[in-house]
Ligand binder design. Structure first.
Ligand code: ING
Length: 308
């Protein structure tokens, strides 16, 4: 299948959802004219990355969330996608009504070529912090504004294959890919908003783009799956974010990559049958993965003292 990584440049606080949707429709139309069946948009694609600010007024926070999807402002995107017969992965902030009151999720949905929503993922690995840390040059308050996704990592039969979803920080954890790999995933879709500077560890900043590809290439190869990672990039409200959106084959090779920090498509033909070469040989879990012999550490939450 032909897939497009639809990278978005910065979305500033004053940009309306309609303005962003217009940019996304342009990318969608270009992808369709390149023969794409699936267009992958970033995490929190519709708004600026608002966890960079401390807010204590819940109404101000909720203004960044969608209570319906599609809603009036996103409907044009869904309508155009269905008209073109192109599917989507779309990341957004979800305000969900639950029995115990409103829940706030960092969410991604999988939309098939007929416009139907066939999958929903709510981010599990919420990075950053929950309380205001004024000494930081900018905040990263995902632990404050979002609830942890309760459903975990699932796969969906769609686009003629087995598709899985994750979001941003999830891509740094090998468990993300392995939990999807154990479900036979052939295509993992991951939107991200990643600041160049990580205040707790500035010494990592120069390696930020290296780490970005390292984790996705490893996840792809170690689970015999395609991985598509898509950035919201560029400088948002004074905070630079990395780009480098990429389409990665089950071999771990990057087969297409964005080279700007703006709205840009990277397109590749993704033959899902390439997964077989890895899933039936070096990563045949049934034959080679010795889960019974890994010992009790396998379910350990944190690091354990040596020799325990
Ligand atoms: N962002 C970042 C990410 O995991 C981060 C957080 C930035 C972690 C820099 C490490 C280094 O890509 C989100 N939104 O998860």
């Amino acid at each position: 299948m032909t897939v497009a990584a639809a990278q978005l440049g910065p979305v500033q606080r004053h940009h309306t959802r309609s303005e962003v949707v217009e940019r996304m429709v342009v990318l969608l139309q270009r992808a369709a004219s390149s023969g794409c069946e699936l267009v992958v948009f970033p995490e929190l694609a519709l708004t600026t990355f608002f966890p960079r600010w401390y807010m204590d007024d819940q109404a101000e926070v909720d203004a960044f969330f969608e209570s319906e999807m599609p809603g009036p402002e996103t409907q044009p995107l869904f309508r155009e996608a269905a008209r073109l017969g192109v599917g989507m992965y779309l990341g957004y902030a979800e305000l969900a009504a639950t029995d115990s009151g409103p829940a706030h999720y960092n969410t991604a949905i999988l939309v098939e070529r007929d416009g139907s929503i066939v999958g929903k993922y709510r981010k599990v690995h919420l990075p950053g912090h929950a309380d205001h840390e004024p000494r930081r040059p900018f905040q990263h308050l995902e632990k404050r504004y979002f609830d942890v996704g309760p459903e975990g990592f699932r796969t969906y039969k769609a686009f003629g294959g087995v598709v899985g979803m994750a979001l941003c920080n999830d891509r740094r954890w090998p468990e993300t890919y392995r939990l999807l790999g154990l479900q036979g995933v052939e295509l993992v879709l991951i939107g991200y908003n990643t600041p160049v500077h990580n205040p707790p560890a500035p010494e990592h900043d120069l390696l930020g783009t290296f780490h970005n590809h390292l984790v996705m290439q490893a996840g792809a190869y170690q689970n015999g799956t395609w991985v598509v990672g898509v950035a919201k990039a560029g400088t948002e409200e004074g905070v630079p974010m990395i780009g480098q959106s990429a389409i990665i084959a089950p071999s771990g090779e990057i087969v297409a990559q964005c080279s700007t920090l703006g709205d840009e498509l990277a397109v590749a033909r993704c033959d899902l049958d390439l997964c077989t070469s890895y899933k039936t040989t070096v990563f045949d879990f049934e034959r080679h993965r010795q889960i019974e012999h890994y010992g009790p550490i396998a379910t350990q939450r944190g690091a354990v003292p040596p020799g325990s």
